[in-house]
Design a protein around this ligand. Structure first.
Ligand SMILES: Nc1nc2c(ncn2[C@@H]2O[C@H](COP(=O)(O)OP(=O)(O)OP(=O)(O)O)[C@@H](O)[C@H]2O)c(=O)[nH]1
Ligand SMILES: Nc1nc2c(ncn2[C@@H]2O[C@H](COP(=O)(O)OP(=O)(O)OP(=O)(O)O)[C@@H](O)[C@H]2O)c(=O)[nH]1
Ligand SMILES: [Mg+2]
Ligand SMILES: [Mg+2]
Lengths: 289, 282
């Protein structure tokens, strides 16, 4: 179990009085393996470990900082450098503040929208939801069941096959609300027609924030898929879902590194309340096992 | 001359990298590379330049061996069920959002086209819109769906579906279950209960082909809980390199039966180990 490996190497480092190159290299190898097992992009892991090793061997640890603390601090700094210090909140400036959701099939967009709507409602906002998913059977019904008990207004029309038209009508209907959250059908980078549709939806919605939803269990493809989404419109923020399972969510790290959007929330379950503000410290310690 | 460990170092490193970048889980990639190394060290070669080619062949061989697992022939079993007058029961399990419901509708469509009459069991009684989603598919395919109200006992729905299939001489029952994290003990127990009550002939794990290292945990825990008879990997059309197939195959030694390659009813293909070799070696 990798967590144990890392602990053992860290113990070795802890036992050292001064930096021993061999032990440091061993520690870096274990960190590498931890990050790979956490699904961080391979190239990113190789680059990170080069940087970490260079810093660990060239930087003199400050007085009374043990080699172990020194290496851990460097690993930590490099990861925080990628992730950002603390995720900014959803900052509602102009009204209606429009949030456009996008992501791969089954990543958790619709469920997250229910959660986010509740989260914003608790903060005193007046959110509304628009369903533009014309592909998935019962997509509107799913959102209806999520928003109904919260008395959150929802617009959708299962008989309308035009996502753009739905977006236009929904934005228009809710122009008096504080916040409008727009749900879209899942899509991936090989579906060029759906990516084009997303470009058009984004033009119609003219979002104040674009939220990319990433499945916490995704592997090496996270980077490529995130790139494809970022080419349809600027991505403002990321939510990683399904972190209540055993996945570490390293794929999302690669997406952040690639498109530069901060992670704002994580999904930790299927219930409406299972949405947490992103905490880089907890994410990193989970990443390293 | 014979191949030495030193000869292999660089080429094996590159190979491991391509496995990892292809979404093969780390522990599986390491084990595969180790077995390739053991296979090659000490082998006689004519020229040093032959090492790369020998290594590629050894890797292809290792991949094929992992994936060549004898699996159930669902069509043959369905035909036997028809003869015996006893429905073949398939239960579909996996974590949230992998494509279970969509995959069931694809398989149902396939068997309808072959003259069978499947029955669907809406045993996801929890998620918003779940019953409506599968009902919509049943209506499109013009097949019977057995469903209760939201929040009902999933095992009871599955049981009713089997009873209906028996009474009406329908050959196939597809049981759709809710997505669940293998770390959620209550939900894993719920799944075991469905299995106890209904005793499915086949338990099929539906995984997302884009999944990374976690697929090892998922497949292992689901296999430990209910025993898997086959695997279906979905969303292979997303340009998934599909290393998850190799990881699962290695770890639970169960056959990958099908690949989901899109969201339409026809978007399902038989899994062939050659596909995996093609993915890894481009
Ligand atoms: N355990 C867990 N399940 C989640 C989480 N977020 C979403 N889900 C589940 O994942 C599955 C897919 O969620 P959806 O919200 O339908 O995903 P989607 O992205 O809207 O899917 P498409 O619209 O088909 O692309 C559902 O079973 C959700 O309940 C999470 O944080 N944890
Ligand atoms: N591109 C693509 N999308 C797929 C494939 N299989 C399923 N999907 C999509 O993935 C999303 C989730 O599919 P579902 O069938 O709802 O998944 P599920 O496992 O039943 O989800 P839960 O019941 O919520 O756990 C839907 O948008 C499907 O259309 C596939 O092979 N390719
Ligand atoms: Mg959705
Ligand atoms: Mg389902």
């Amino acid at each position: 179990n990798l967590g144990k490996n890392l602990t053992n190497t860290m113990k070795k480092l802890a036992g050292m009085a001064i930096i021993d190159e061999e032990v440091v290299k061993e520690a870096i190898k274990d960190i590498q393996r931890a990050l790979i097992q956490a699904d961080v992009n391979i190239k990113l892991v190789l680059n990170l470990s080069k940087t970490i090793e260079k810093r660990a061997l060239s930087e003199k640890p400050p007085k009374r900082v043990t080699p172990k603390e020194h290496v851990i601090k460097i690993v930590y700094e490099e990861l925080v450098h990628l992730l950002g210090e603390k995720a900014p909140e959803v900052e509602v400036e102009s009204k209606p503040f429009k949030i456009l959701f996008m992501g791969l099939q089954g990543s958790g967009k619709t469920t997250t929208i229910g959660k986010l709507a509740r989260y914003l409602q608790k903060k005193g906002f007046n959110p509304a939801v628009v369903c533009t998913d014309t592909w998935r059977p019962a997509a509107y019904e799913q959102l209806r069941q999520l928003t109904e008990s919260l008395s959150i207004p929802l617009y959708g029309d299962p008989d309308n096959e035009d996502a753009l038209d739905l977006a236009k009508k929904g934005i228009n209907k809710f122009k008096k609300q504080d916040i409008i959250i727009v749900d879209t059908a899942g899509r991936h980078k090989e579906e060029q027609d759906l990516l084009d549709e997303m470009k058009q939806i984004s033009t119609v919605v003219d979002p104040d924030e674009v939220m990319l939803v990433i499945d916490g269990t995704i592997g090496q493809q996270a980077r490529e898929q995130a790139l494809a989404f970022s080419q349809t419109t600027d991505i403002g923020s990321i939510t990683i879902t399904k972190l209540d399972g055993s996945a570490k969510g390293g794929g999302a790290l690669s997406a952040v590194a690639e498109i530069g959007a901060p992670i704002k929330f994580i999904g930790t379950g299927e219930r409406i309340e299972d949405l947490e503000a992103f905490d880089p410290d907890r994410f990193i310690s989970r990443l390293l096992g | 001359k014979t191949i030495s460990q030193g000869d292999l170092e660089d080429v094996l490193f590159e190979l491991e990298l391509s496995l990892l970048e292809g979404d093969v889980a780390l522990e599986v990639a390491e084990k595969i590379i180790k077995s390739v190394e053991n296979d090659l060290v000490g082998r006689k070669i004519k020229r040093r330049s032959d090492v790369a080619l020998h290594t590629q062949d050894a890797l292809k061989k290792a991949i094929s061996e992992i994936l060549m697992v004898k699996g159930p022939n669902v069509m043959a079993l369905a035909q036997e069920a028809r003869k015996a007058g006893e429905p073949l029961k398939l239960m579909f399990v996996g974590i949230n959002g992998t494509g279970k419901t969509t995959t069931i509708s694809k398989l149902a469509d396939y068997f309808v086209s072959k003259g069978f009459t499947p029955v669907l069991a809406a045993s996801d009684t929890f998620r918003a819109g779940a019953i409506e989603q599968i009902t919509h598919h049943a209506e499109n395919l013009k097949i019977k769906i057995i469903k209760h109200q939201k929040g009902a006992d999933p095992a009871a729905v599955a049981y009713d579906a089997v009873e209906h299939a028996r009474a009406q001489k329908k050959e196939l029952v597809f049981i759709d279950t809710a997505g669940r994290m293998q770390t959620n003990t209550n939900l894993m127990d719920e799944m075991k209960k469905i299995q106890r009550v209904v005793k499915p002939d086949l338990v099929i794990f539906v995984g997302d082909a884009l999944t990374g290292n976690d697929v090892v945990e998922q497949a292992t825990k689901f296999n430990d809980a209910v025993g898997l008879d086959g695997i279906i990997l979905t969303k292979a059309d997303a340009d998934a390199k599909g290393g998850a197939a190799l990881s699962i195959g290695y770890v639970v030694q169960k056959p990958i039966l099908f690949l989901g390659v899109g969201q339409g009813y026809k978007d399902i293909i038989e899994f062939k180990p050659d596909w995996m070799v093609e993915q890894i070696f481009g």
